[in-house]
Design a protein around this ligand. Sequence first.
Ligand SMILES: Nc1ncnc2c1ncn2[C@@H]1O[C@H](COP(=O)(O)OP(=O)(O)OP(=O)(O)O)[C@@H](O)[C@H]1O
Ligand code: SF4
Ligand SMILES: [Mg+2]
Length: 376
Amino acid sequence: MSRDAKRGEILSSVIEVNNLRTYFNLDDGVLKAVDGVSFDVASKRTLGIIGESGCGKSVTAQSILRIVPNPGQIVGGQILLQTDEEEPVDLTALDQSGERMRSIRGRHISMIFQEPMTSLSPVHTIGNQIMEAILLHRTPNDREAREITLEMLERVGISNPRQRIDEYPHQFSGGMRQRAMIAMALSCRPTLLIADEPTTALDVTVQAQILELMRELQDLYGMSILYITHDLGVIAEIADEVAVMYLGRVVEQGTTRQIFHSPLHPYTRGLLKSIPMLGRKARVRLDAISGTVPIPINPPWRCGFWNRCPDRKAGHCDVAVPALVDMGDGHRVRCFLHSEGQESRPTETSKQLRKTRRRRSAGAPHEEPLAEGSQL
Ligand SMILES: Nc1ncnc2c1ncn2[C@@H]1O[C@H](COP(=O)(O)OP(=O)(O)OP(=O)(O)O)[C@@H](O)[C@H]1O
Ligand code: SF4
Ligand SMILES: [Mg+2]
């Protein structure tokens, strides 16, 4: 449950992610791409996820859709999706290639990617590809499915849809392909749309049009959106709430206003300082955060931002991981500056991984998989 910042109403969650952990078991060690992520997306609202490259944004999305590539595995946590049934379904407990999960993809959750060709096939017409999903999830009738497809193409602003429906992706421009992919994602009226950098490859005018279109379609169909990007300008435009990710964890979460007007975490402050602002003197250097996101292979048990943080305190930040703490108004932050002594605890999963590594160094087979859905 969360509160609508603008209207003060309590909203039900469409999806609730609790302490999600998705690890890649690599030759060099365990890469903790997502390491204890929790958030929820309220009905008909947009949650923006921001963070630099490698923070775990896409792996979080892949985990929700259960399409994490090998050797990645969900090793802990819950992903509770509200479907038409009374009780929410925990997606981590489903077989990733089973019928239930396949029907959830498309029917309840759809995804749009940065590169439309990730989801469009070059050898089938745009119309046939959109119709395929409609025939699978909405109606078995070909004629009706074609009419819905034409309506969707029109809604996303593709002119002359009766001609365009029978064209192939290579006959569409980049912006049009993005629109076609949105039409395909929305054709089954999903409750949750996950958009992973959907406008990064587009020029700013087309980007603005696509954002406007997504807002319109959200109002029309009442869907929730999880919008992933590293572009703060886009997030300010589209999101009601923002989760800032760093090194596989949410380090700050709040309403878009809280994040942009009163950021608490040194990482969020660094990100905000790195964007150009109108009125700033031309010769003032933009403060980019120094250093880069480390690769989280066997990361030490300390604050993930330790080696880049201008405010770090030895003996505190390098010996424990701060917990994500609510400041009382729904604004949550993971930093000892705001929550002295409130630590996360190493989980059973971490203990289990240490045991796996010990067994490995004692000669156990390297490929031993992590236990999916193991208890935290
Ligand atoms: N298939 C994979 N195999 C091994 N490691 C992976 C794989 N996919 C992602 N990772 C690692 O997981 C971590 C999180 O990656 P992720 O793709 O989620 O980052 P991101 O926040 O989406 O970054 P970007 O903004 O560049 O898209 C990174 O350290 C990345 O190298
Ligand atoms: S916990 Fe310490 S190192 Fe981490 S962000 Fe806060 S001040 Fe910086
Ligand atoms: Mg990504």
